[in-house]
Design a binder for this molecule. Structure first.
Ligand SMILES: Nc1nc2c(ncn2[C@@H]2O[C@H](COP(=O)(O)OP(=O)(O)OP(=O)(O)O)[C@@H](O)[C@H]2O)c(=O)[nH]1
Ligand SMILES: [Mg+2]
Length: 346
C-alpha cells in the first residue's frame, strides 16, 4: 500500500502518466495491484462505458475513432481500450489500430490503451475489466472499449460496458450468424458498417426482422455456435439481477454507417444517448452495475483461489507421487483433486 501511495495521489489528481502506470501495474498483476484498485474504486461510478464488438475488420476502430472525435468536439475527455485477442507477439491488429487511431493520440484529451487477451482463461479477461474500471475511476467522461467478438473472453468483456454496440458488415453474413455467435444477446445497438458496400441494406433488414421475431419469443433459446453458448457468461453476469435489454422497453436499433467518412456516426451517438437515458430512467443502469459488481466479486474469488493453489506448490513437483498413483490405476484425477482441495481449504 505504501508502495503506491504517491502514485495514488497523482492518479487522483488526474495525471495521465499515473493512469498509464496504474494500468501497467494492474495488467501485470504486480504487487499491490489489488490494493491500488481497491483505493481508486471507492467512488460512485459516473463514466459512460461504451463497448464496441464484432467480427475482425468490421471497422470497430474506425468507428471508435469517429465517435471519439465527435465527443472531443464537445470537450469531453475520452478513454479508449482496444482489446486484441491475438497473440501479443503477432501484433498485427494492434499495429493497425495504432495507425487508424494515430490522429487521436496527439490529442491530450484522449487516452488510448491497447491490450492483448492472450487467449488465456479467466485471468486476463478479469484484468482487462479491471483496466476498464481504472479508466472509469480516472474520471473520463466516456470510456470506449473495443473487443473482437470472436470468443468467450471477448464477449465477456462487453459485460464491462453499459451500452454494447455490435458492429457487423455486409460480408459478415446474415442475422442467423449473429444469433449463433451470441451477438444478439449482448447488443444494445446494432451497427451495420461499410454501408458503402453491396448487401448492407439486406443485412439491416434481416437483423431488424430477427430482432422482431426474437422480441416475440422465437429463437430466444437457440443454441449457439458449435453448441457452445458464448453469450451465456455475459447473460449470467447481467441478468442474474436483470432482464436483458429488449425485455424492458428498449427497442434495439439497427443503424448503418460508413465509419471511414463519418456517415451515420451522428445517428449512432444519438442512439447511444437514448440508450443512456433509457438505462437511467428504467433503472437498468443500476441493475447492470450491480450485476457487474457481482461478476467482479466472482472473478476475484476465482483468481484468488487459483493463486492459493499455485502458491501452495501442490500443483508443481508435489503432484508427482499423485500422478504415479493415477498411472498405476490406484487413483483418478478426481480423487487426487479432492485430496488437494481438502488440504487447501482446511
Ligand atoms: N469500405 C469501407 N471500409 C471501411 C469502413 N470502415 C472501416 N473500413 C476499413 O476496414 C478496415 C478495417 O477497419 P478497422 O477499423 O481496423 O476494423 P476493426 O473492426 O477495428 O478491425 P480489428 O480490430 O482488426 O478487428 C480498414 O481498412 C478500414 O479503413 C467503411 O465504412 N467502409
Ligand atoms: Mg480494431
Amino acid at each position: 500500500m505504501i508502495l503506491h501511495q504517491e502514485l495514488l495521489e497523482r492518479f487522483r489528481a488526474g495525471k495521465v502518466p499515473a493512469l498509464a502506470r496504474a494500468i501497467s501495474i494492474v495488467e501485470d498483476e504486480r504487487e499491490g495491484f489489488q490494493d491500488l484498485l481497491h483505493a481508486v474504486l471507492q467512488r460512485e461510478p459516473s463514466t459512460c462505458r461504451i463497448g464496441f464488438t464484432g467480427p475482425p475488420g468490421a471497422g470497430k476502430s474506425t468507428l471508435v475513432a469517429a465517435a471519439a472525435t465527435q465527443y472531443r468536439a464537445q470537450e469531453e475527455h475520452i478513454g479508449i481500450v482496444a482489446v486484441d485477442p491475438t497473440s501479443p507477439y503477432s501484433g498485427g491488429a494492434l499495429l493497425g489500430d495504432r495507425i487508424r487511431m494515430n490522429d487521436l493520440t496527439l490529442d491530450p484529451g484522449i487516452f488510448i490503451r491497447s491490450m492483448a487477451t492472450r487467449g488465456s482463461l479467466g485471468g486476463l479477461a478479469t484484468t482487462t475489466k479491471e483496466v476498464v474500471d481504472l479508466m472509469d475511476a480516472f474520471g473520463f467522461d466516456r470510456v470506449l472499449a473495443e473487443t473482437v467478438g470472436v470468443g468467450q473472453t471477448e464477449l465477456e468483456i462487453t459485460a464491462a460496458a453499459d451500452t454494447v454496440i455490435v458492429v457487423l458488415v455486409p460480408e459478415s453474413g446474415d442475422a442467423i450468424q449473429a444469433m449463433k455467435a451470441g451477438l444478439m444477446e449482448i447488443a444494445d445497438i446494432f451497427v451495420v458498417n461499410k454501408a458503402d458496400r453491396p448487401g448492407s441494406d439486406r443485412v439491416v433488414k434481416d437483423l431488424r426482422q430477427a430482432l422482431h421475431l426474437r422480441a416475440g419469443g422465437v429463437g430466444k433459446n437457440m443454441p449457439a455456435h458449435h453448441g457452445v453458448d458464448l453469450s451465456r457468461l455475459v447473460r449470467q453476469e447481467r441478468s442474474q439481477d436483470a432482464p436483458s435489454s429488449e425485455g424492458a422497453g428498449w427497442e434495439i436499433p439497427v443503424l448503418s454507417t460508413v465509419a471511414q467518412n463519418g456517415t451515420g456516426v451522428e445517428e449512432l451517438l444519438t442512439s447511444i444517448e437514448a440508450h443512456r437515458e433509457w438505462l437511467a430512467s428504467s433503472g437498468a443502469l443500476h441493475v447492470r452495475r450491480r450485476a457487474r459488481a457481482r461478476g467482479r466479486v466472482e472473478d476475484v474469488v476465482d483468481r484468488e483461489l487459483r493463486r492459493v493453489a499455485r502458491r501452495s506448490g501442490v500443483m508443481g513437483a508435489n503432484l508427482d507421487p499423485h500422478l504415479d498413483l493415477i498411472q498405476a490405476g490406484e487413483g483418478t484425477p478426481y480423487s487426487v483433486a479432492r485430496e488437494i482441495l481438502k488440504g487447501l481449504l482446511r
